[in-house]
Design a protein around this ligand. Sequence first.
Ligand code: NAX
Length: 327
Amino acid sequence: MKPIVVSVTGAAGNIGYALLPRIANGDVFGPHQPVVLKLLEIEPALPALDGVAMELGDCAPPLLHDIVCTADPEEGFGDAEAIFLVGARPRGPGMERSDLLRANGPIFTTQGKAIAKAAHPEAKVVVVGNPANTNCLIAYHAAQGRDRRNFTAMTRLDHNRALWQLAQKAGVKVRDVDNVIIWGNHSPTMVPDTEHATIGCRPVRDVIPDEDWIRGEFRKTVSTRGKAIINARGKSSAKSAAHAAIDHMRDWFLGTPPGTWTSMAVPSDGSYDIPEGLVCSLPVVCPGDGSYRVVEGLELSDWVRAEMQKSCEELAREREAVADLLS
Ligand code: NAX
């Protein structure tokens, strides 16, 4: 079987460290698909990346065909069919979200252009580096000639966090919880929506008849979980973020389980009155052929609609703040 080329940026970072062995182990593309890993870092991180590559090789994963370490984006994305854009500048002390946008925007312009030039024509991209939605917006604008539907941002970690909270509250297994939705931005304005979700095939509202908890504590726990993990661990989420990135890409390539959907931030086509082009988290179904379709026609409560609008307003402000980078 021909190996699939997979690119990962920020590969020497925390998430990269947790992500790479899983990709090499077949967790994204299945147990028979060999992979070539192309790892992109900034120059100063190349020595650390060499160490990561040594360890990766030392795992002796049967599916790992080759490893390329580079600081050259075109080499890093060459022929890639799946691209994880993880690398980004971290938020420093006193930095506002808008400062982070300005600091990271140019990275995603450069990488979007390099993807357009060097990657496989149908390369699928997931942006993990924050602010993920707007970094994805910048990348797809820069990747001229590419189908913007191949550019997505990760809200799967938020989705998985919501599943876990609901399962814990109801005292069931996570696998019994289906069809949660994360709407909007990967930020505290996100809206974890349980109004179409089920627990053991029953509507969540019947199993957890506590709207105050759903709209209050549940939402707050899901949307601020990243901060809680930093406070507890002294480091940001890495294993769970890598796991979510794997879930995101695996479902995109191999399909969402029948009868279920997942959450992905994708360029809006205007559905649910979300301004066209914003990269907004929505419920999607992936048939397993590398495409996705937004789940249409769900009825939204006034609360979900109003909260989602606020999150989209934040995304619109972010788009405004990087307007000069959107060619
Ligand atoms: P780390 O700081 O450990 O690693 C980031 C890596 O990116 C570093 O090795 C750095 O050298 C590299 N890098 C920086 N600029 C680069 C460039 N231009 N090209 C290639 N590599 C570059 O961060 P880590 O904990 O791995 O997190 C990575 C990103 O994921 C951060 O932006 C973080 O905020 C974001 N997250 C996103 C999540 C999501 O749900 N969307 C959740 C987890 C995580 O917080």
